[in-house]
Design a protein around this ligand. Sequence first.
Ligand code: NIG
Ligand code: FE
Length: 416
Amino acid sequence: MKVILENIKELVQVEEHARTWVAGEEMKELTVLKDAFLVINDDQIETFGLMKDFNEILVEGAEMVMEIDCAGKIVMPGYCDSHTHLVFPASREQEFVDRITGLSYEEIARRGGGILNSAQRMEQATEEELFLSAMSRLDEIKKHGTTAVEIKSGYGLTLESELKMLRVIKRLKESSPLMIKSTFLGAHALPAGYHNNRQKYIQLIIQEMLPEIDKEGLADYMDVFCDQGFFTVEETAQLLEAGMKYDLQPKIHANELGLTGGVQVGVQYGALSVDHLEHIGESEIEALLGTETMPTVLPGAAFFLKLPLSPVRQMMQAGLPLALASDYNPGSSPSGNMNFIQSLACINYQMTPEEAINACTINSAYAMGVEHSCGSICRGKLANLFITRELPTYSAIPYYFGSNPVETVIINGEIY
Ligand code: NIG
Ligand code: FE
């Protein structure tokens, strides 16, 4: 079946040849075709071009053709949200209120709230409940234009509960049209009862969790929350080394709460991405330059927790690439709306719309290992994209903060 999108006002992020990522000055550039067409053949992008060059031959002989008139509308590659925790048992609005009335995120965590609160609820939750609530979150983010998403475990913190979360993610991969990658985050927080013996929990991860996860093929990547009050650089190194024996490339939580060496240890172990980065200095930038690790900023978490803003302009000026993700989770970013992430990027971080779009598509595709099939409008890539309502130009997407410009989503050539 062929689907033809016609009269597209702006076809955004087109590539003649697929790039791996864009960095530094290149992030300012975005290739946009005005008054364009796009041909989808089954699940792939077959071709695209300007309407004036549209040739009926392209669709001749096709058994079924569906035409969609995109006059006045923008077409973009679907967002790749490379960092989420969207399998969770319950919301945590009480902590939100506690922070309004004066407690900090770290204080709440020290009192057994935060991640440990979710872990306690996780123990009670059934796989079915977790699956159904996560499916509805996937549906919600799909409606906002996300077509690929990474999901982490890390609210289990016991062998049984971590496996439960990862099995749910596996089921989501089989049931949802979205492209999903799974990350094992057993080292998200030290569970209660291990404070006098941190190594005991680390050994539980290394000796019991990792072998079982490997046996069932439950994870694509491995994450550690390497930060003040969570896991140290030495513990992170120990954990990442153990994960690498099972071919789990790291994607780590780093430098959210302090200049703790998380970026450096991530780079040292060949992390695909280092994420959060609210605390970044010259030596972190230096450590990232020339590597294959994608620095990833999570504007939703910084907004929700009122954290310092990552120095993204300085990072791009130094020549680094940059990805953006939602961090969708119940504690620090209870939203997976990537349109809003773009607004935050533009308004709070002074990123241009072009930089924000590059960071939410091609670069975030790399940060979750799907850049060969997603992240741009390129011949042979998957037909994963969205069509907006009528808009003057793509800059109107971050401009209309809080509203959803997405009207139609196409994943693997299927229209939603
Ligand atoms: O990415 N920083 C660590 N983990 C999550 C938050 C987890 C939670 O509070 O539930 C994050 O912000
Ligand atoms: Fe996170």
